[in-house]
Design a protein around this ligand. Structure first.
Ligand code: G6P
Length: 608
């Protein structure tokens, strides 16, 4: 949600800024801008739309120090006047990711002091505030520190001044920002992928840090203004991992990366003969001994993985589980249970609602916290006592795919570890589950081989306006995830129902124009599901059934069967996710939508 990149170097930094923005576009893509200092002046370029538009505009812009931004609108419509960087009196330029909650009061005060606002954003107050202090003779660093004391809310910012071609100041609180360390050049960025072409050596800033960067030197100050040293780490993210390679879209690439992502996530476990709580952290065993309930908090696709986990946790580990949408949990009065394990699930580890829900749970007295997350240095991981990192690699497509299936794998591990600790897993069952997990990447690869069949099937959806997804039991959340994917990238209105609910309302929608997609594994509910499908067929609805190899559902007029290569027992939700991802992808191709950057969405939603 909004991407920031900045640089101070001896060379022209504009190409570095533009390349960085391209790589951060998944964070927001409704407008973009950059500012550099050149001959004692700030030169700014901004444009609505994508970074390519900005690149075209910036052909003649150059400077050795600059900041840049790609935006996902919060305050103010996507327009050039609202695009960052924001200037104050052509002297100060600021880029910002986050939300300033007290911006209205500051805006009133600054307007009274003579500042003219040229945008509808909350960010512009930061530029003017810094200006007020800077023109009183403070350094850019001191003026920024002074201004930050007045801000309420979340921010990552980059600041430059027209009369200071040597220094870039940045700060973070509540939104991610890191430093890139080059050879006699320094960078800032919202995430490391933006900097991979120039450096891999990074410093992850802590909450409240403010930094003064120069070409040859940088100094970090903590929230109290004390100079501090933070570790330089070598990022393991490879440049290839954020390149498209042979694929047409990141989503397609990420769908195909799932066998590897699952293998990587499960690597340490699958190489061992038995499961130990230690995979969740040193304190895990003691924590797991002290719990009688699991409370899962997450948003979007991550929430769906939690819903699947509830079935596993209650059935296999025999532990009660509640799953809540993070944004709802934080605002309702709930009854805390100090013996709950609070599990937050997030691809990015940045989602504002999930962070706030975790903090809310802690404020209610919950101390047992576990993060399941794809980003090791993220806020959620830092905030939790226990963690399990999924190793999906960078996920660029806005619609989450490999992050979801690796979350499911992690949650299955949690289920098994809890089951074992609670004496509900025999040695034979444990080794059978480990065997299934070892086979999972291969099983997923076989499902991916259905791609040509699904691509063909997608042609039948291109002219539809609605779709229904049905599932039962632990496949109901998979139907929800399938429906979310279709909505997100093809803009077809889709809803998911547990198949038994059909007759209680949604059946009224079924006619020949309503495709009904059903997840039909060969589990205990198959016979019930078959009757639900008959209900649809009897109303003329067209059925698309993702059935297991041995489901005995036969193809007939209006019933299209896609047989899954194998039956995966408890891991079946992971396999059944794959064809639904492919279906959405190919329907979106048919419709010609922007698959990786669907309208109005952003990958990491760092605002409420
Ligand atoms: C956004 C993304 C979704 C994602 C959700 C939660 O809405 O578009 O794909 O599932 O945020 O993100 P998280 O990083 O917390 O998993």
């Amino acid at each position: 949600m909004c991407g920031i990149v900045g640089a101070v170097a001896q060379r022209n930094v504009v190409p570095i800024l533009l390349e960085g923005l391209q790589r951060l576009e998944y964070r927001g893509y409704d407008s973009a801008g950059l500012a550099v200092v050149h001959d004692g002046q700030i030169e700014r370029q901004r444009s609505t739309g994508r970074v390519v538009e900005l690149t075209a505009k910036s052909a003649n812009t150059n400077g050795q120090i600059g900041i840049a931004h790609t935006r996902w609108a919060t305050h103010g419509v996507p327009s050039e006047r609202n695009a960052h960087p924001h200037l104050s009196k052509d002297k100060i330029a600021v880029v910002h990711n986050g939300i300033i909650e007290n911006y209205e009061a500051l805006r009133t005060r600054l307007t009274a002091a003579g500042y003219v606002f040229t945008s509808d954003t909350d960010t512009e107050v930061i530029a003017h505030l810094i200006h007020t202090h800077y023109v009183q003779g403070k350094t850019l660093l001191a003026a920024t520190q002074e201004s930050l004391r007045e801000l309420v809310g979340a921010y990552a910012i980059g600041v430059i001044a027209s009369d200071n071609p040597d220094q870039l100041v940045c700060a973070r609180r509540g939104s991610p920002l890191l430093l890139g360390i080059g050879i006699e050049e320094h960078f800032i960025a919202s995430d490391v992928s933006a900097l991979l072409p120039v450096t891999r050596r990074v410093v992850y800033l802590e909450e409240g840090d403010v930094v003064q960067l120069e070409r040859k030197h940088y100094q970090i100050y903590d929230a109290q203004g004390k100079p501090v040293t933070r570790a330089i780490v070598e990022s393991e993210m490879s440049n290839e991992s954020v390149q498209l390679g042979q694929y047409r879209h990141y989503m397609q690439k990420e769908i195909h990366e799932q066998p590897q992502a699952l293998a990587d996530t499960l690597e340490s476990v699958c190489n061992s003969q038995s499961l130990v709580p230690g995979i969740f952290g040193a304190e895990a065993s003691a924590v797991f001994d002290d719990i009688n309930h699991v409370l899962i908090l997450a948003c979007g696709t991550s929430y769906h993985s939690g819903l699947v986990a509830r079935y596993w946790l209650e059935e296999v580990a025999g532990i009660a589980c509640t799953v809540e949408v993070a944004s709802e949990y934080r605002y309702r009065t709930s009854v805390p249970n100090p013996k709950s394990l609070v599990v937050v699930i997030s691809q990015s580890g940045e989602t504002a609602d999930t962070q706030a829900a975790l903090n809310h749970a802690k404020s209610l007295g919950h101390t047992h916290t576990l993060a399941i997350c794809n980003v090791a240095e993220s806020a959620l991981v830092r905030l939790c006592k226990l963690r399990l990192l999924t190793r999906a690699g960078p996920e660029i497509g806005v619609a989450s795919t490999k992050a979801f299936t690796t979350q499911l794998a992690a949650l299955f591990l949690l289920t098994l570890v809890l089951a074992k600790q609670r004496g509900r897993l025999t040695a034979a069952q444990e080794s059978a589950h480990l065997k299934d997990l070892r086979h999972l990447p291969t099983a997923v690869q076989k499902v991916l081989d259905l791609e040509p069949i699904i691509a063909k099937l997608a042609e039948q959806f291109a002219n539809k306006s609605n779709a229904l997804f049905l599932g039962r039991g632990m496949h109901y959340p998979i139907a929800m995830e399938g429906s979310l994917k279709l909505k997100e990238i093809s803009y077809i209105h889709a809803e998911a129902y547990p198949a038994g609910e059909l007759k209680h309302g949604p059946l009224a929608l079924v006619d020949k124009d309503m495709p009904v997609i059903s997840v039909a594994p060969n589990d205990a509910l198959l016979e019930k599901l078959k009757s639900n499908l008959q209900e649809v067929r009897a109303r003329g609805g067209e059925l698309f059934v993702f059935a297991d190899a041995d489901s005995h559902i036969t193809e007939a007029e209006g019933i299209h069967i896609i047989h899954m290569p194998e039956h995966a027992g408890l891991l079946s939700p992971i396999l059944h996710t794959i064809p639904l991802q492919l279906l959405s992808y190919y329907v979106a191709l048919q419709k010609g939508t922007d698959v990786d950057k669907p309208r109005n969405l952003a990958k990491s939603v760092t605002v409420e």
